[in-house]
Write a protein that binds this ligand. Structure first.
Ligand code: PBG
Length: 316
């Protein structure tokens, strides 16, 4: 009886429809390459991607986010906004093979620039305003390739407005923008750098990502992005930022997404591999905490496992 009333009276519920699975796609064919810093996660090429997508759909996960990794990088990240860039090719292949999934394109320059920054460089710093038209072009080219939504992760000021205007002009008036609004300059992105091929990056992103001592600044970023037309706002990372998720949830009327990033995934994997914790119990508890903090949407490398636990009635 106790079990039944606990389920009836539960305060936090998680649904499979709110999960987003991030995927990395590189140029080439026949690729299924393990990402060492993220055990269990692979890099695909556009031809192998559909198999992964079928698996994801079978698990009941409905949304994926695509990160492209180009072969060639250059100063101005031209692979990001090229019609036949890797993200665009991946999106086209994915939409054709598994059209029932919802596709979110990551919009950023860091995977495409030779210096690894999220924008164009002038002297030793990122030139915010010169980067905006390139981000807008990237978003439009992804929408043209089939992205259902775009998610700018660069943190340049004014990019949501620039992207909204460019999408509207190109006729993509129904393509929503999920902005990485409160994105902190975090060490939790460490494993992602290998996944996204920017592990030779020597600098830091502190001039455009947020200082993790700050909470009020998160609201300033969120309100700024909303006034520029963001449809969904994101907090990133998730687990060490539950207070920020709650703060944002309490102050906005749009959906709030939380990105449980590569370092959060890698820490659980490593501790589980060392026999120190029970992996799925930790995943269940941390995922629930992120929703309890106020997330409506969770982006997570554990999306399939969480979906399975929802099916089993273990969470949700
Ligand atoms: C930047 C970007 C990063 C992540 C997503 N988009 C890395 C960064 O800002 O340095 C991190 C995601 C993760 O760690 O899982 N384009």
């Amino acid at each position: 009886m106790n079990e039944k009333i606990r389920e009836l009276a539960r305060e936090t519920r998680i649904s499979k429809g709110s999960l987003v699975y991030p995927l990395f796609v590189e140029e080439g064919t026949g690729i299924r390459k393990e990402i060492k810093a993220m055990p269990g996660q692979l890099r695909y090429s556009p031809d192998t991607l559909p198999y992964a997508l079928e698996d994801i759909a079978k698990a009941g996960v409905k949304n994926v986010m695509i990160f492209g990794i180009p072969k060639e990088k250059d100063e101005c990240g031209s692979g990001a906004y090229c019609e036949h860039g890797i993200a665009q090719e991946a999106l086209r292949a994915a939409k054709k093979a598994v059209p029932e999934l919802y596709y979110i394109g990551d919009v950023c320059m860091c995977e495409y620039t030779s210096h690894g920054h999220c924008g164009i460089i002038k002297g030793d710093s990122v030139d915010n305003d010169k980067t905006l038209p390139l981000l807008a072009k990237t978003a439009v080219s992804q929408a043209a390739a089939g992205a259902d939504m775009v998610a700018p992760s660069d943190m340049m000021d004014g990019r949501v407005a620039a992207i909204r205007e460019a999408l509207d002009e190109a006729g993509y008036i129904d393509t929503p923008i999920m902005s990485y609004a409160a994105k902190y300059a975090s060490a939790f992105y460490g494993p992602f750098r290998e996944a996204a091929g920017s592990d030779n990056f020597k600098g830091n992103r502190k001039t455009y990502q947020m200082d993790w001592h700050n909470r009020r600044e998160a609201m300033k970023e969120v309100f700024g992005d909303l006034s520029e037309g963001a449809d969904i706002v994101m907090v990133k990372p998730a687990l060490a930022y539950l207070d920020i998720i709650r703060e944002v949830r309490d102050h906005v009327n749009v959906p709030v997404a939380a990105y449980s990033v590569s370092g959060e995934y890698a820490m659980i994997k490593a501790a589980a591999a060392a026999g120190m914790i029970d992996e799925l119990s930790i995943v269940a508890e941390t995922a629930t905490a992120i929703y309890r903090a106020g997330a409506d949407i969770m982006i997570t490398y554990y999306a399939k496992e969480i979906a399975a636990m929802i099916d089993e009635g273990r969470i949700g």
